[in-house]
Design a protein around this ligand. Structure first.
Ligand SMILES: [Fe+2]
Length: 315
């Protein structure tokens, strides 16, 4: 994990509250980036962290935290403006470093920002999450060349509005994971022999068959404990089972905790890190934990989207 302190370079929150972050984010992103001065040291540092595919980058105190309303219990963002400046800061910073915000048609109706909060009637929102990558059943950039599809996101961006109980995001870097598994396991994970079902938030009616979960060029992983499976009748079954169990073990031993504080933006690399979280617990509403999430993808990435809405990606 690498941290950068942006507290001396925050944008004027009020100015940023005038533009709806869901409208034309790819036009407004560069405008925010231009108006957002960062020291040369910070700029070069963040740039190099992104280029070197650092698994987690924490931009500390990147936006002004002001008095927010009570934490919502719904994943949909509110129509009120109070969260706009935080979201616009995330968009400007993404844009400054060659990333574009994105969402997927198949998830949350393509909403660009969602609240990660505890919902009293949704048990999952109260529990810990095992390590995974997001949009696991989307293709990787290496695979989409001949498809009318977009790859999974390069980054998961977490915008921290409140985290009173300091619930950590848990991250395991791929390089640490690979140090903790055997060569034979690595070979198995890189073979096209896995079946991947979409995660529950995605409304996609197809499954990936015969695909690898580890890619060597460039080194990348996609994974979900619950959604990756393999042919139980396959000839390789013992080796595959062993590889997955080594991987699961390595994710645990390689994990470290990232504590987001209000005002922080956490960039989790969705290729070189596996992420999850510790238990948020039953507290909801009030001043309970409140993150917002958006995705980002590198500008040069080949994507498929509907005309006129470049940030909503297919499928
Ligand atoms: Fe996730």
């Amino acid at each position: 994990m690498i941290e950068f302190d942006l507290s001396n370079f925050r944008l004027d929150g009020d100015k940023q509250n005038e533009i709806d972050p869901r409208e034309d984010p790819h036009i407004n992103g560069p405008l925010f980036a231009d108006s957002h001065f960062l020291s040369e040291e910070l700029t070069l540092g963040i740039e190099s962290a992104i280029q070197s595919r650092e698994p987690v980058i924490v931009l500390k105190e990147a936006f002004e935290t002001k008095k927010y309303p009570l934490t919502p219990t719904e994943f949909q963002t509110s129509d009120e403006k109070y969260w706009w400046s935080a979201a616009n800061t995330a968009n400007g910073l993404a844009s400054k470093f060659g990333l574009k915000l994105c969402s997927y048609y198949s998830e949350n109706d393509g909403e660009l920002f969602v609240n990660l909060v505890t919902n009293p009637s949704n048990k999952k929102s109260q529990s810990s999450m095992r390590g995974h990558t997001d949009a696991v059943a989307h293709h990787m950039p290496q695979e989409i060349k001949f498809l009318n599809e977009s790859p999974s996101p390069d980054y998961v961006m977490l915008i921290v509005l409140r985290n009173p109980n300091k619930v950590p995001t848990v991250v395991a870097s791929l390089s640490d994971i690979l140090e903790n598994i055997s060569i034979s396991a690595m070979d198995q994970l890189a073979l096209p022999q896995f079946i991947i079902h979409p995660q529950a938030t995605f409304n996609i009616d197809r499954i990936l068959h015969n695909v690898p979960i580890l890619f060597l060029q460039p080194l990348s992983i996609r994974y979900s404990h619950g959604k990756v499976s393999y042919d139980l009748e396959g000839a390789n079954i013992d080796k595959v089972k062993r590889a997955i169990s080594e991987l699961n073990e390595a994710i645990i031993t390689s994990s470290s905790e990232v504590f987001g504080n209000p005002g922080d933006i956490i960039l989790v690399n969705n290729r070189t890190a596996i992420h999850g979280r510790k238990t948020p617990g039953p507290d909801s509403a009030g001043d309970s934990r409140w993150l917002m999430r958006t995705y980002a993808i590198f500008e040069g990435q080949r994507t498929s989207h509907k005309e006129g809405v470049p940030y909503k990606l297919k499928p």
